[in-house]
Design a protein around this ligand. Structure first.
Ligand code: GLA
Length: 390
């Protein structure tokens, strides 16, 4: 059966454009179930990711479950490159923005596409914090603040990778004492597991040899209509959060909590992302749209804390986490980047990020849950992105 399909595809390739040929040939790596596989999006060619960076081997790893759900991950930045899930017609749809090659990720590292973020997710005001009577200065890579770990955060580091069976990848990275200004040698391990109920589970753990701060997350850009389609503003979103941590004009939390009720930030029941995004509101103005930490009402891994639904593909994504916060970023800084996978252009607000985390700037806000990690303790958090159709 598989051989027949390959022969037919080969014949078709000769009589059609090179682009189409390239597309069809990729299906030999995808589902070999039936002809729907021929229309399935492809994951990038792993050859485009093979290189030695910082003395370590970079590669592209693929996880696949019994339903054909496929995840491609590179150990450069621990990045999710592709995530293929079935739509309402059973066809696979790539719901993650990314690049076709390692160089795409190296050139555009600061969009953080699909990356593991460390040592500290989101911003730290003026890049400063005090711990046990000592003050620390981090990189200022976001004007006057530190963002996503600094100039050489985990998003640019090469992790050691170990594939465990067909559905799990373990990534480890040891960040040296003082790297990016952070104290302590931090040994971190991130495990991606693709389950047979179409969920991608991400477990983060870390230990340190000196007191430090840590806040790890993943920066996947989701578009449930398919990566490269124009907008996520028609998708519906629900977030189980009664409060946000409002920010100043540099996107640093003020330290207050603000009720979402009666504001554009009320996603306690399903609402389209675009419904209020352009309303006149100081918080929306600061973020040029949504770019805020939502204070989750519950963070018990057994209950979904946020759901996104695409009216076009019927794809539904539910998020479960042990973390107290969720950064909802509506892709406001996407500017029509034109080197997306398959030459896609990623327009303004053509994806959203839902980054599970501790709150931004926690080291400077004593009322926020602590992000301090001490020697002898183990940092451990879990987040699940689960896909279904409606
Ligand atoms: C985060 C930040 C945003 C933006 C994006 C990347 O989620 O909160 O302000 O920097 O990353 O563009």
């Amino acid at each position: 059966m598989k051989k027949n399909i390959q022969l037919i595809l080969a014949a078709a390739c000769f009589s059609t454009l090179f682009v189409a040929c390239n597309h069809a040939s990729s299906t030999k790596n995808g589902s070999d179930k039936d002809s729907t596989a021929a229309q399935a999006p492809q994951i990038p060619d792993s050859a485009n990711f093979k290189a030695t960076v910082q003395g370590k081997q970079v590669d592209l790893y693929t996880l696949k479950n019994k339903n054909g759900v496929t995840v491609a991950i590179t150990n450069f930045g621990g990045r999710l490159v592709s995530l293929l899930v079935p739509n309402k017609d059973g066809k696979l749809t790539d719901v993650i923005l990314g690049h076709d090659s390692l160089s795409g990720y190296q050139i555009k590292a600061e969009t953080y596409f699909g990356a593991i973020i460390g040592r500290y997710g989101n911003r730290i005001g003026k890049g400063k914090f005090n711990l046990d009577g000592k003050s620390y200065q981090l990189d200022l890579n976001d004007k006057i603040n530190t963002l996503h770990g600094g100039f050489n955060g985990f998003y640019k580091q090469v992790f050691d990778a170990k594939k465990v069976g067909d559905q799990q990848l373990e990534l480890t990275y040891v960040s040296k004492d003082g790297e990016g200004g952070y104290p302590g040698m931090l040994t971190s391990k991130i495990t991606y597991t693709l389950t047979d109920d179409n969920a991608l589970k991400i477990e983060y753990s870390a230990t340190t040899d000196k007191a430090t701060i840590v806040n790890l997350t993943n920066h996947a850009y989701f578009n449930l209509n398919g990566a490269g389609t124009p907008t996520i503003t028609n998708d519906s979103l629900k977030i189980d959060a009664d409060n946000i941590t409002p920010v100043d004009t540099t996107l640093i939390p003020t330290g207050k909590f603000e009720k979402v009720k009666g504001t554009p930030f009320d996603f306690t029941s399903f609402k389209t992302i675009g419904a209020d995004i352009d309303k006149t509101d100081d918080q929306l103005k600061a973020g040029k749209g949504y770019d805020h930490n939502f204070v989750l009402n519950k963070h018990d891994i057994s209950q979904s804390i946020a759901t996104v639904k695409s009216p076009e593909t019927g794809i539904v994504m539910d998020i479960y986490t042990t973390e107290p916060g969720l950064q909802f970023y509506s892709g406001n800084f996407l500017t029509g980047l034109s080197d997306g996978k398959g030459k896609a252009t990623y327009a303004h607000r053509s994806a959203l990020c839902l980054e599970t985390q501790h709150f931004p700037d926690s080291p400077n806000e004593p009322s926020f849950p602590s992000t301090v990690l001490k020697p002898g303790e183990t940092y451990h958090t879990t987040t699940i992105y689960k896909f279904s159709v409606k």
